[in-house]
Write a protein that binds this ligand. Structure first.
Ligand code: NAP
Length: 279
């Protein structure tokens, strides 16, 4: 056990072990944050329970009421419209006041979550993204009013097990949801378009896609590992009168900067509207 996150005798339950819940649980198990015996999972259907039990080797069931009282940490990863139903069940199942409740529900504020729980639990809200599935996600998190530094430290360990983890102020959540929560979809669109471009100039599709994916990965690593501004790194690739400057000018003619900015602006507005409906 490298970095235990649970007090002795307590367990971690994932309520909603779908795409995100399972990815987070897998990260924790792979990084020895807990043992399989210390974890349980809950989903809505028997089929999902069987799948997660087979994939991760943890106990999984539809009925988790009897496990709530022993839980030291509850990770809630159901769809946002299930928040009230889950909270009602927790309130009726002996939820202890010191159980840390971590939610990844988009648009559900810490204030809303705390209001749904009757025991005044420490609550953490987080926004991961799907590259968590391959250990390269980025997750932001923030604590509610009852969350102490030790609770934030636990969240950091959990989300660090599936990529980068950054503590942020809650008022950034809508913008972050639109930028890094939705971000993988933007990147996939760019990758698809560039692979098509490769096909247009005569490359086999598989080769084009492999080149594009590794170029995107390598460029991101260059920004992260050198700490240099992307414009400066771009200058290194751009030889006078060369092909790269020609390609870049075509991208600028197509208004790539403002198109990307407007996309994130639009997504942020939609998240805000969704949040008003839910929280
Ligand atoms: N996917 C993302 O990119 C992403 C990113 C950031 C945040 N999130 C947040 O993560 C949450 C889950 O998203 P997801 O993509 O992982 O969805 P998902 O794959 O559909 O998973 C939802 C899980 O919740 C279970 N479930 C539904 N109702 C339940 C209930 N009343 N009690 C217990 N379990 C219940 C489902 O069981 P069944 O499979 O049996 O129906 C399923 O296992 C959402 O709130 C979303 O906002 C997702």
């Amino acid at each position: 056990m490298s970095e235990a996150i649970l007090a002795p005798g307590r367990k971690l339950g994932v309520i909603g072990a779908g795409v995100m819940g399972s990815a987070l649980l897998k990260g924790m198990l792979d990084h020895d944050l807990l043992t399989r015996e210390q974890a349980w999972a809950a989903s809505k259907t028997e089929t999902s329970c069987h799948e997660v039990a087979a994939a991760l080797g943890v106990r999984a069931s539809r009925d988790y009421e009897e496990s709530v009282a022993d839980a030291g940490i509850l990770l809630v990863a159901v769809k946002p419209n299930q928040a009230a139903r889950v909270a009602e069940k927790l309130n009726a199942s002996g939820l202890r006041a010191d159980t840390l409740v971590i939610s990844v529900l988009a648009g559900v504020s810490t204030e809303k979550l705390q209001g749904l729980l009757t025991t005044g639990n420490p609550v953490i809200r987080a926004m991961p993204n799907t590259p968590c599935l391959v250990g390269h996600g980025v997750t932001v998190y923030c604590g509610g009013v009852h969350a102490l530094p030790e609770h934030l430290a636990v969240a950091e360990k959990i989300f660090h097990s599936v990529g980068k983890a950054l503590e942020v102020e809650e008022h950034y959540f809508n913008a972050i949801t639109a930028l890094s929560g939705s971000g993988p979809a933007y990147m996939y669109l760019v990758m698809e378009a560039l692979a098509d471009a490769g096909v247009r100039v005569g490359l086999p599709r598989d080769l084009a896609m492999e080149l594009v994916a590794q170029t995107m990965l390598g460029s991101a690593r260059m920004v992260q590992e050198t700490g240099r501004h992307p414009a400066s790194l771009r200058d290194d690739v751009t030889t006078p009168a060369g092909c790269t400057i020609g390609g870049l000018l075509m991208l600028e003619d197509g208004k790539i900067r403002s198109v990307l900015a407007r996309a994130v602006e639009e997504a942020t507005k939609i998240v805000e509207q969704l949040g008003r409906g839910k929280s």
